[in-house]
Design a protein around this ligand. Structure first.
Ligand code: BV8
Ligand code: ZN
Length: 283
């Protein structure tokens, strides 16, 4: 049900010939962003998607915002946890999950998404790096305590973070006190924070090392750039790293990417909803 133009079907053929030729395409890296979850109903960051009520996500996804107004930042993340938990993985997630089971160690996804949908879509966790953390990881902010909880899907985390109390737009956001926010069950005094990477925070070294080791060990033959505006660093830098190695690039986006001339035979652009174009391209 995707309108396949003549141009698209010829580049699909060229792509299929390449991706199914083990002498040409052994190792695949995917860089995925918010556009992969758009078909699941989760807003992207650019344009209108980047706003929650009157706030721009980038202004709330910072340590300063959290330490100056933890209640507001927790309401923002409680809202996103709730939306992600009530969203379903789409055919784009499922296509990548299938590829992960076919390719195994010759496939790696660097995900900028924190919504947990790739895992719920069945992608082999060994092939998935959550470069920007996860909405469902909690960390203690007490310096001496190292409490981290993964896969916490409780919704709401506390009574005050129940969307019934602040979900609808026309209710003013209640201002929450510290003791109404999630606290550490281990040290019992630290405030918990969402286990996501905020702007200005350095990436987790083990994720960067795993990505670099994968790229150096194998040499990447193809990078799939899926639903990302390539505006966030250093995640965006992996596209050039692969191209500088001589890898080919396939872009799956609703917008044409001006950075890549589709003339040369080293790149493909599949314009449309990646929940539709990915299953076609990876079939
Ligand atoms: C770092 C988790 C070292 C939180 C996110 C000044 C001071 C400090 C740092 C910087 C600075 N200037 C620049 C930096 C670096 C900064 C950065 O990149 N800033 C940007 C604004 C320029 N990066 C960092 O801070 C990183 N850390 O560099 O540490 C350091 C340390 C100290 C000082 C300097 C450097 C950490 C970045 C991580 C931020 N955390 N997420 C949360 O989610 O709340 S980023 C967040 O936004 C998302 O995770 C995601 O990565 C990003 C949005 O990007 P996309 O996923 O691409 O989404 P977007 O909406 O932009 O695009 C969607 C695309 O999909 C579009 O192209 C659209 O056309 C397409 N699309 C839409 N629908 C579909 C579709 N495609 C296909 N199908 C569809 N249906
Ligand atoms: Zn603690």
């Amino acid at each position: 049900d995707v309108d396949i133009s003549a141009e698209m079907s010829s580049s699909l053929d060229r792509f299929h010939r390449f991706i199914t030729d083990p002498t040409k395409c052994k190792t695949i890296l995917a860089l995925v962003g918010a556009g992969l979850s758009a078909a699941s109903g989760l807003p992207t960051f650019r344009g209108s998607g980047g706003y929650w009520r009157k706030y721009n996500s980038i202004d709330l996804a910072t340590p300063d915002a959290f330490y100056s107004n933890p209640g507001l930042v927790w309401q923002f993340y409680a809202h996103r946890r709730h939306m992600a938990l009530n969203a379903e993985p789409n055919d784009g997630h499922n296509a990548l999950a299938k590829l992960s089971h076919v390719k195994g160690i010759n496939f790696l996804t660097i995900s900028q998404n924190v919504d947990g949908l790739s895992q719920r879509g069945g992608q082999d966790p060994q092939t998935l790096l959550e470069f920007h953390g996860s909405l469902f990881e909690l960390q203690c902010t007490e310096f001496s305590c190292s409490y981290v909880e993964k896969n916490n899907f409780e919704d709401p985390l506390t009574g005050s973070l129940d969307l019934q109390n602040f979900g609808s737009k026309n209710h003013p956001l209640p201002s929450l006190e510290i003791d109404q926010l999630p606290h550490c069950p281990r040290c019992r005094k630290g405030l918990l924070r969402p286990g996501v990477l905020w702007f200005g925070e350095s990436l987790p070294l083990q994720a960067v090392d795993k990505a670099d080791e994968f790229i150096v060990r194998n040499g990447v033959d193809l990078i799939l750039v899926i639903g990302t505006s390539r505006t966030i660093w250093p995640a965006a830098s992996y596209v050039d790293i692969v191209k500088n190695q001589g890898g080919k690039i396939a872009i799956f986006n609703t917008e044409r990417d001006e950075l890549e001339s589709s003339e040369d035979c080293n790149s493909w652009q599949f314009i449309g909803d990646c929940a539709k174009t990915l299953p076609l391209a990876l079939a």
